[in-house]
Design a protein around this ligand. Structure first.
Ligand SMILES: Cc1cc2nc3c(=O)[nH]c(=O)nc-3n(C[C@H](O)[C@H](O)[C@H](O)COP(=O)(O)OP(=O)(O)OC[C@H]3O[C@@H](n4cnc5c(N)ncnc54)[C@H](O)[C@@H]3O)c2cc1C
Length: 539
């Protein structure tokens, strides 16, 4: 199954094709270059667009006194609520400090304490101070700047911007040997073409735009996950969407990317208040305002439902030097008419992070030979049912290096394979249906879900499919990818009849031992979805 698109009119080749220019794509490119292979990196907008540059809080690594990979591991497993892949978590926390050191060697500058040591803060779910940050609350922008500079300096990495990847190309042996892509360019590389290589790595980021309100930028339309599904790859854990509890509330009609108020703000002493001015988190969880994200998001939703309000309040007035420690958040509040020095900040949950994605092994390999995934588009299993704050940037770094190692082990023995003619074409969904899809998802498959709400969302999606048609084009391809993801998220959320991690079924409020397994979604050549299970153990 492929997206409906014109036939490719040009071809470009490289040893390895990387899709996406966030922390995952850029780091993978640099790690692969260290082994001497040529890299073509394509990205659908400008190189700095993606979630990476928006990351505020920081990146987690066990570097502080009294901390250890084992302590980081324990916190990660706890947040993941029994569904983490323990081997992947072990790789994350033990290889994390070295991966961060490589990032620093590549030029990323992190904030330092008066002593000269790297300053470490704490975020929800972490029992140690282990979050490195840069520019106060501009960690992602600094990481993006440093990695882009390193990539630009390397003549062995060719970068093409405004290049939207459509579908995987497979050889007769079933191996992925390239992608089709649409480039808004000039000269010979313009319109739909093919990029051919011995391996393809997807670093296409999140899928927050499936929901009406999200912290994710406009490029986060889950294209890589939808592509992998169409190519027949296994997709896992997609029902575990993390909703960030504290997103600046801009009014009931606001949609798309909304400003985030980092969890680190609560790490530095900010507190949540309900309409009556009560610190409601104190009675919800022993860690109060620093409880794991899902607990805070659900508590806020409960407060909003109980009081009939559309948000709660975040009080930052006791945070020391708030405007200096969190300059971007401070400016963002001022821009929306809120002065954090005197006003309480209205906040509500919004879609933030996809814990699931393309199911990969410890070396980033998907279930299809030649196709890898890294970063938010991948499901390594490190996040389980819920991501621990600031583990996602780290995941991008650690697994990028593992993918490069695997490619180095295998690439030399591989011959270039020719792609086969593309198969069935998928009907395209009209971009005009996007708001209907996103509103239905936020209402029915948001923080709180029930069978009834999910079935209603499913019906709306079915109607959209019957009524909506579009001609090929960037916005139609993105709308179709969003629609595909909405369908698999709802399907998995319906199947999982329990409450676990960031998946809260109000009709099944308990966590169930029998559900200690991942749901794997697959698409057949005719576009039909089916599912299977992967048992999760402590080994
Ligand atoms: C507001 C915000 C704050 C966050 N704060 C933190 C934090 O403090 N700590 C933390 O660990 N995590 C944080 N996260 C999560 C973290 O930023 C992301 O998970 C991480 O940056 C993902 O990196 P990535 O490289 O996988 O994807 P991204 O950085 O999103 O990059 C994806 C890339 O793929 C490209 N792309 C997408 N589709 C296509 C296509 N079809 N063809 C070609 N290119 C394509 C995009 O243009 C982009 O270049 C935050 C996220 C947000 C939104």
């Amino acid at each position: 199954m492929k997206l409906l698109a014109p036939e490719p009119g040009w071809t470009i080749t490289s040893d390895v094709i990387i899709v996406g220019s966030g922390i995952a794509g850029l780091t993978t490119a640099l790690q692969i270059r260290a082994y001497g292979y040529s890299v073509l990196l394509v990205t659908k907008a400008r190189v700095d667009e993606g979630s990476t540059k928006w990351a505020q809080g920081g990146i987690a690594a066990a570097l502080g006194p009294g901390d250890s990979p084992a302590a980081h591991e324990a916190d990660t497993l706890k947040a993941g609520a029994g569904l983490c892949d323990t081997k992947a978590v072990h790789a994350l926390v033990t290889e994390g400090p070295e991966a961060v050191a490589r990032l620093i060697a590549r030029g990323a500058v992190f904030d330092r304490a008066a002593s000269g040591e790297i300053a470490l803060t704490r975020e929800g779910g972490h029992l140690q101070n282990r979050i490195l940050h840069a520019g106060g609350d501009a960690t992602g922008a600094e990481i993006s700047r440093a990695l882009l500079a390193a990539v630009t300096d390397d003549p062995g990495i060719e970068v093409i911007e405004h290049a939207l990847v459509l579908d995987a190309l497979k050889s007769a042996s079933g191996r992925v040997c390239g992608v089709t892509l649409h480039v808004i360019g000039e000269g010979s590389i313009d319109g739909v073409g093919r990029a051919l290589g011995k391996a393809v790595i997807l670093g296409t980021g999140g899928l927050g735009q499936v929901f009406a309100q999200t912290t994710n930028p406009s490029v986060s339309t889950g294209d890589g996950v939808a592509l992998a599904l169409r190519a027949g790859a296994d997709i896992a854990d997609v029902e575990f969407i993390q909703f960030h509890p504290t997103v600046l509330y801009l009014g009931a009609k606001s949609s798309g990317q909304q400003p985030l108020i980092s969890e680190a703000v609560r790490g530095e002493g900010a507190v949540l208040l309900n309409d009556a001015g009560e610190q409601f988190m104190r009675v919800v969880h022993p860690l109060a305002d620093l409880a794991p994200r899902d607990v805070v998001a659900k508590a806020i939703m409960s407060q909003m439902l109980e009081s009939g309000t559309e948000h709660v309040w975040l009080d930052v007035r006791k945070v020391e030097n708030f405007s200096e420690r969190f300059p971007n958040i401070y400016q963002s509040c001022l821009a929306h008419g809120i002065n954090p020095d005197v006003d309480r900040i209205p906040v509500a949950p919004a879609a933030h992070y996809a814990s699931g994605g393309i199911r990969v092994d410890l070396y980033g390999r998907s279930s299809i030979p030649g196709l890898y995934a890294c970063g938010e588009s991948a499901c390594t299993g490190v996040h389980g049912a819920n991501r621990l704050a600031s583990n996602s940037l780290l995941e991008g770094l650690v697994f990028a290096a593992r993918i490069a190692d695997d490619i180095h082990r295998t690439l030399r023995q591989l011959k270039r394979e020719e792609p086969m003619v593309l198969a069935e074409r998928e009907i395209l969904i009209s971009p005009e249906a996007r708001s209907e899809i996103a509103n239905a998802m936020s209402l029915g498959a948001g923080v709180i879900r029930t069978r009834t709400s999910l079935e209603k969302t499913e019906q709306i999606l079915e109607r959209v499919l019957q009524e909506s048609r579009a001609m090929p084009g960037v916005s139609a391809w993105e709308a179709t990818n969003l629609f595909t993801l909405a369908k698999v998220i709802v399907a998995s959320a319906l199947i999982r009849e329990e409450t676990r991690g960031s998946h809260w079924r109000e009709d099944f409020p308990e966590q169930s031992q029998s559900w200690r397994k991942r749901i794997i979604e697959r698409m057949d050549a005719n576009g039909r979805l089916s599912h299977g299970y992967e048992e999760v153990s402590d080994d």
